[in-house]
Design a protein around this ligand. Structure first.
Ligand SMILES: Nc1ncnc2c1ncn2[C@@H]1O[C@H](COP(=O)(O)OP(=O)(O)OP(=O)(O)O)[C@@H](O)[C@H]1O
Ligand SMILES: [Mg+2]
Length: 262
């Protein structure tokens, strides 16, 4: 690979006359850790679904892991991408065991049927769940978990196929303060691991950006406001334009904090 994990050129998505994304040109190189930030409805999830080869754009060209969307077999591509998103979590069949939810990620499927798993796969699934603090949840049913527990299990599932690209859509949404801080710390550790995949994390909150994230893309109404290195993108001007109100932003010990100036 020449180092480009995602390459979007002039990407647009239209649905029912609405423009969900427009003229998105964005390159993610190997090893980078990106945060995609923007208000509700900005198009963040739509962008992530394109990056996950789950949605085709109406305009433009998309290359994922050097395969061109529309010219490649997405069923071969998808197992190379790990995704944790509530749109995936909603599709988990009732009664699905946590361990099976993680194991089935090797095949990029949901719902255990009759696949045979190698004991090394089971060992890896257990190790990932342990690393995410889910040791006590291994035998539970996914539907019985709390929001925070579900988030951590979904990240274990996303990491299971040893993906080249890891996509996280609002991993801290619905977590309490302790749960958020715990998750942000785990994601900072993952971001600092040179063996970890290239990452794209979607959030509404700069406070949820883990230390070690290198780049940021700001989205508003389907269009890019700014993109590049985090330090250069997280300015009061860019943030204020993205969220449509005057904002101040500070950094302390590798974490970011924003507040309204109104
Ligand atoms: N079929 C559709 N027709 C019209 N608009 C749609 C359709 N599907 C999605 N949208 C709109 O597209 C916009 C972008 O949606 P998307 O889910 O990508 O936003 P988001 O940035 O992830 O928002 P959130 O932060 O709330 O998750 C939203 O305004 C949504 O209402
Ligand atoms: Mg979304």
């Amino acid at each position: 690979m020449d180092g480009e994990v995602l390459q979007l050129r002039g990407v647009g998505v239209r649905r029912d006359g609405a423009s969900l994304l427009r003229d998105v040109t964005w390159t993610v190189s190997e090893g980078e850790r990106w945060v995609v930030l923007g208000p509700n409805g900005a198009g963040k999830t739509t962008l992530l679904q394109i990056a996950a080869a789950m949605l085709y754009p109406t305009e433009g060209k998309v290359e994922i892991l050097e395969e061109e969307l529309g010219r490649t077999d997405v069923f071969e591509l998808r197992p190379r991408i790990g995704i944790a998103s509530s749109s995936v979590a909603e599709k988990v069949p009732a009664g699905e065991k946590v361990i099976d939810l993680v194991l089935t990620a090797s095949y990029a499927i949901l719902g255990r049927w009759q696949e045979e798993y190698e004991s090394t796969d089971v060992g890896r699934a257990v190790a990932l769940l342990e690393a995410l603090g889910c040791t006590d949840l291994i035998k539970r049913t996914f539907s019985t978990l709390s929001e925070g527990e579900r988030k951590r299990v979904q990240i274990a599932r996303a990491l299971m196929p040893d993906p080249e690209l890891l996509l996280l859509d609002e991993p801290a949404a619905g977590l309490d303060l302790g749960g958020r801080e715990d998750l942000v710390a785990r994601l900072a550790a993952l971001a600092g691991d040179p063996a970890a995949p290239t990452m794209v994390l979607v959030t509404h909150h700069v406070e949820e950006v883990p230390d070690g994230f290198t780049h940021a893309l700001l989205l508003r109404s389907g269009g890019i406001v700014a993109q590049g290195k985090v330090d250069e993108v997280f300015t009061p001007e860019h943030l204020s334009e993205t969220f449509g109100l005057p904002l101040a932003i500070d950094r302390h010990n590798g974490r970011w904090y924003a507040r309204s100036l109104r």
